[in-house]
Design a protein around this ligand. Sequence first.
Ligand code: TEU
Ligand code: CA
Length: 540
Amino acid sequence: MYQIYPRSFKDNNGDGIGDLKGIIEKLDHIASLGIDVIWLGPVFKTPNDDNGYDISDYYSIDPEFGTMEDFDDLLQGLHQRGIKLIMDLVVNHTSDEHDWFIQSKSSTDSPYRDFYYWIPGERNNPPTRWEAFFGGSAWEFDEHTSSYYLHLFTKKQPDLNWENPRVRQEVYRMMKFWLDKGIDGFRMDVISLISKRLPFRDYNYEHFMEMVYNVHANGPRIHEFLQEMHREVLQHYDIMTVGEGPGISKEIAKDYIGHDRNELNMIFQLDLMFMDHGPGGKFDIQPVSFKDFKNLFREWDKSVSETGWNNIFLDNHDFPRMVSRFGNDHTYREKSTMLLLTFLMTMRGTPCIYMGSEIGMTNVAFKDLKDYRDIETLNYLQKIKKEGGNLKIAIKNVHVQGRDNARVPMQWNENEHAGFTTGTPWISVNPEYKNINVEKAESDSDSILHFFRRLIKLRKSGKFPVLGDFRELFPEHLNLFLFTRTDGLKRVFICLNFSDHIIDMPSIPFRYEYWLGNYGNMTETKMRPWEALICKITSG
Ligand code: TEU
Ligand code: CA
C-alpha cells in the first residue's frame, strides 16, 4: 500500500495545490514502484479546516483537486496499471458546511436535527468539560437554538450521530456510490470513535489519551455498527478495508479484524505513533527505547496473528517522517531509510508506505512560524503564546512532532519548489530537496528508490514467505532486530541494525545465505551501521 496525500503530491495547474491531474501525471512513477494499492487521502468537497478531513459533500470532488472526470481518469489509469485504489471514509464527523449540518442547525424540529448531537444549554456552560483533539472544548454553543453540538475535532467538524439509523443509511448509500464507481475499498478515519458512550457525562481522567482510550473509543455499539456496515455494504464487494482510530489496544484489535468478525480487514495500529506522547499530549514528548519499539511489534503480532492480519506502517500524514523518528536522518539517512523500508516489507502484515519514503524524505524545521499550516500545530503555538509558555521549546516540539513534517510537498527534482508546482506551494518545500528528490534517486542505482523496488520485487517473487509466521531472536538485544519468517519451505532471516555502530552478530542457530541488503553484501560476523539484511535460511 502506498499513501498519497493529495494536497502535496503534485500540482498540475500551477495554483500551488496538489491535485488529481498531478497524480495522473505521476502514474508512471507510482507504477514503477511495484506497489499494489494506493490509499488516496480525502479529495471530497471541503472548506479545508482540517485539510479535507472536514467534508461538506461526499459526492463531489473539491474543485481544488479537480473534477469527477479527473477522478474517473485517475481510477482508470490506476486500474490499467493493475493498481487498486482505496479512499478515505470520513464519517465520524462532517464539515459544519455540510448540508445535513446546515439543516440540523436551522431548527430543533429540522428532520436533520438528530444527525448530530445537540444538547440544550446556556452559553459558557457546556454539557461536559471534554476537550477536543486539537484543543479547546469539544462542545460549541449555537446561539440560534441555544444548544451545544459535539465536535471531537475542530468546531468545524461536528460529530455525526450514529445512533440515528438514517445517518447510517446515508453513510452506506454514499459508500455504495463510490464502490459502484469501482474503487477498491476504504481507509476508515477515526472509525473507533463513531459509537459514543451515552449519556454524555464527565469522567475523572487526567490525561486526554486516557479519555480517548476509556471513553471516546470503542463505544458500546461500535461492533454492531461495523457488522451492520459489513452486512449492508462491504460484503457485497471484492474490496479491502483498513480502519483507523485511536484507542484500539492490541487486546481488542481482534474484535475489529478477527477473521470471524465480519467487520474490517485491518486496522492501523496507532500505539507506536502515540508511544512518545506524554500526559500533555503529542507535544509533551517522552523518550522511547528501541526495546519498547520491539516489544510493541512483538506483542501486537502475537495478539493479532491468532485470528487476524494487520497493517504495518511507520508514518503517515499525521506523524513525523519515519527516518527522522526511527532512523538517523543525518549521517545515515539513506542506510536507515532502507532499513526501515526493509522492516516494513518483511514484517508480518500489509505494509503501508507513505509518499516520499521511497526517497527518504525527512522532517522539516521551519524557522518562520508563518510557514506552518496544520491546525493542530497552529492551535498549540497559540495556546503556548496565550499561556506565556516557553515558545522556544514549543517550536522545537513542533519540529519533532508536527504534522506538517509529513505534509510538505513531494520532492520531484531540484527545480524551484522541488518540481512540485510552477506556482507558489500552499506550504513551503523542505530546503533539503536539492539533495533528496526523485530525479536524483532515479539516476543513482544505489539509491533508496532502487533499493525499494528491489525489496518489493523480492516480496512479490513468490519465494518470500509473505504469510509466514514471525519469530524473534535475541529479543533483549539492544541494537539488533532479528527475526525469522517461515511458511513451509520458505524460510527467511531478517537482521536489522538499528544503530550508528558496528555490532557483533550473535551466534545464530541455523545456516543462512545473503539474499538482499542495503550494503549489497554481508559479512558473517558484523552488522554495519543501519545495515539491513534479508537472508534465506538454508539449514537448521
Ligand atoms: O486522525 C485521527 C487521529 O488519530 C488523530 O487524532 C491523530 O491523533 C492526530 O492527527 C495526531 O496529531 C485522523 C486523520 O488521519 C487526521 O488527519 C484528521 O485530522 C483526524 O482523523 C480528524 O478527521
Ligand atoms: Ca493544483
